[in-house]
Design a protein around this ligand. Structure first.
Ligand SMILES: [Mg+2]
Length: 349
């Protein structure tokens, strides 16, 4: 069939500057991709470039026209296998241009599900009741600001909160926030900010404050560092930056307890699904994560949530005003069953 494709960019201001140990973001640049069939149906996908993973708006602008031409040449949104192979070839390999490929992959899957008239999770045969609630992230800020934010979120119904850490005040932040939200499930993410000795010390502090797990305590460039921390940690350790695609899972499987899978990191819906199943086959739990991105991509993540133990799909919630509607997520509860629209449910307002 004749598919037509377009893409556009949206600069989406964040609700508040979002800081992690690597830096601060105030605007999220999102590519929104559209793939139309000849019957008036349109699939929508999106992604934001992450420089840490080698992508920028320029690199995405360079490759998106070629990726979209590949989709048009396949001409069949139901042949996701061939689409994925062509996207990988055009990008230059399974680790190249993951966010750009993800945006296109999501749009193609959205279109295919719309053509079948079913929400994406039903196309995958998943149980909407199995989706765990999403956490909401509390970015790095002053201790008092992080405490206030955590209290506000808990009051708004979020019972899973993720604290970004990676400053000299980490112990103070954890004890202050824990005291302020005693009933919340807390997990933390250092984004690789700690050295091994500091990380080992922090894991026992985290255990004392009933923190469920720690994400990427040490840098990803040396796998041995993560192993040293995980060996000594009294709480589960999750690999995020240390595990990008399914092929990375075996390398961390004997080291960590949880793997963080992101559609934008894996390079699409099928690669992300493969990473989820690979992790589970190795006995690991999975957290489905995201970037600071719009519902053009977050909505797709919601449909994979039933496959995961943990979900961190707050990207759209961090935006001041996401122009894309997605799956309802009051208090972090992913209401897939209420999302009875075909496809991912994403629609540009
Ligand atoms: Mg992370």
């Amino acid at each position: 069939m004749a598919l037509t494709t377009t893409h556009e960019w949206h600069e989406m201001p964040l609700d508040a500057p979002f800081t992690i140990s690597r830096g601060t973001r105030e605007v999220s640049e999102n590519a929104v991709v559209r793939v139309e069939d000849g019957d008036g149906r349109e699939g929508i996908g999106g992604a934001t470039p992450t420089e840490y993973y080698g992508e920028t708006r320029v690199s995405m602008e360079d490759v998106l026209p070629d990726l979209l031409a590949a989709v048009e040449s396949v001409g069949d949104p139901h042949n996701a296998q061939r689409v994925e192979r062509r996207l990988r070839e055009v990008a230059g390999g399974p680790r190249e241009h993951p966010a750009a490929r993800a945006a296109v992959s999501i749009a193609v899957h959205d279109l295919a599900a719309k053509r079948l008239g079913v929400p994406l999770y039903r196309q995958f045969g998943l149980d909407p009741g199995e989706a765990p609630p999403s956490c909401h992230t509390v970015g790095l800020a002053s201790t008092e600001e992080m405490r206030e934010r955590a209290v506000d979120l808990a009051t708004a119904g979020f019972d899973r909160l993720k604290l970004k850490l990676g400053t000299s005040r980490d112990v103070e932040v954890v004890s202050t926030v824990r005291a302020a939200v005693p009933d919340a499930t807390l997990h933390v993410d250092a984004n690789g900010a700690w050295g091994v000795a500091e990380a080992v010390e922090m894991t026992s502090v985290l255990a004392d404050h009933d923190v469920a797990f720690v994400e990427q305590p040490v840098p990803a460039d040396d796998p041995e560092l993560l192993a040293q921390v995980a060996d000594a940690s009294p709480i589960p350790v999750a690999a995020d930056e240390s595990c990008l695609v399914a092929a990375d899972v075996p390398d961390v499987a004997d080291v960590v307890d949880i793997v963080v899978v992101k559609i934008a990191k894996a390079g699409g819906i099928r690669p992300a699904t493969r990473a989820i199943h690979t992790a589970r086959a190795h006995g690991l739990d999975v957290m489905l994560g995201c970037m600071t991105e719009s519902n053009a991509s977050i909505a797709a993540g919601c449909h994979l949530a039933p496959l995961c133990e943990w979900v961190d799909l707050d990207g759209s919630l961090l935006l001041a005003d996401d122009p894309v509607d997605g799956v309802p997520m009051p208090g972090g509860r992913i209401e897939l069953a209420r999302q009875d629209r075909p496809g991912t449910g994403a629609s540009v307002r």
